[in-house]
Design a protein. Sequence first.
Length: 75
Amino acid sequence: MTAGELQDLLVTALVRQMGGSKRDWRAALGPVRVYSAETHPHCNWSVAPSGSAGENAIIERLLDDFRARHPLVEG
């Protein structure tokens, strides 16, 4: 899975769970940053949400689940 595919999955999950538009959730989520699997062997990606406090809390809960299911992605 690529970073772009992961971002699409995250946005789709947010829309399904919380409603709203893909555009708004994509903006709140921000880009998926990918790191080397050699230096980050357990999870090589991160997201720095930039939405409201409520949006960020929702995103962080979802990220915990996605990190467990998709720990490594391609750049």
